[in-house]
Design a protein around this ligand. Sequence first.
Ligand code: SF4
Length: 307
Amino acid sequence: MKWFDKSYHTLNYELRNIFGQKVIKLSLDAGFTCPNRDGTIGTKGCIFCSEQGSGEFSAPSNLSIKEQITQQIEFLSPKWKTGKYIAYFQNYTNTYAPIDKLRKIYEESLCCKGIVGLAIATRPDCLPHEVINLLEELNQKTYLWVELGLQTIHSKTSEFLRRGYRLDIFEKAVCRLKSKGINIVVHLILGLPGENYNEMLKSVKYVTELGVQGVKLHLLHVLKNTDLESLYKKEKFSLLSKQDYISLVVDALELLPKDIVVHRVTGDGAKDILIEPRWSLDKLSVLSGIDKEFKRRNSYQGMRYIR
Ligand code: SF4
């Protein structure tokens, strides 16, 4: 089973099928904050979250959305000659603002030439009724997905992470988005301190039963100036080796149904702020390691999926 040359259902495959050509995501920073940072839920944020709110490669937030889109297209155009883009609201919590501001920002992006869809990263506890209605409206106009940072299903780890919401809050948000027909992408982090192999795969299996459309698998990154960095310096907790990570990702993808789109199989740590694991900076080698492991096992996404 293949999705172009890959043994898993990539976002590239999905977008080419929908739009008939390569589509590029443009990372935008609309200048939001997060309730886990502004004091509403907490002030320190999730333990791993960087100063940029988990969006190191976005355009600068002092530019308007239109300017950010123009800048990102110019930056990416030497590499990708494509005319179709997804506006990806990545940094912090992108539904955490008054509804009029949200509408203005999303609509500004949709008016830009070449924008064919929206991706909105947020928290499940930041989706009040009016925001869900706005997302439903946008979903009628454009190709939309909403990203939810779950990271783990285990409460002991989510408390360690200072995620700031319970699993039932996440489940309610998923139900409400699903009831409006909105595509959902769930983030999971592999290699969290204190989680063993079975616990990590339990989070993956849980996601397969949710009926969501996509998943992002991240390798845990220890980034500069985070509380995770301080803890790592103090306790030197163990981090996944490259080979263990590759093997774990393939195990996880084998459990996923074939129709779940895999948006990411590794983290994107900026070189200057990534403390560990430094091996992950060689992203191509991680991706080719995953391809080779599938080949070695003669396997593919969904091979071990049990309905
Ligand atoms: S919810 Fe997202 S933006 Fe907020 S602290 Fe956690 S990782 Fe950072």
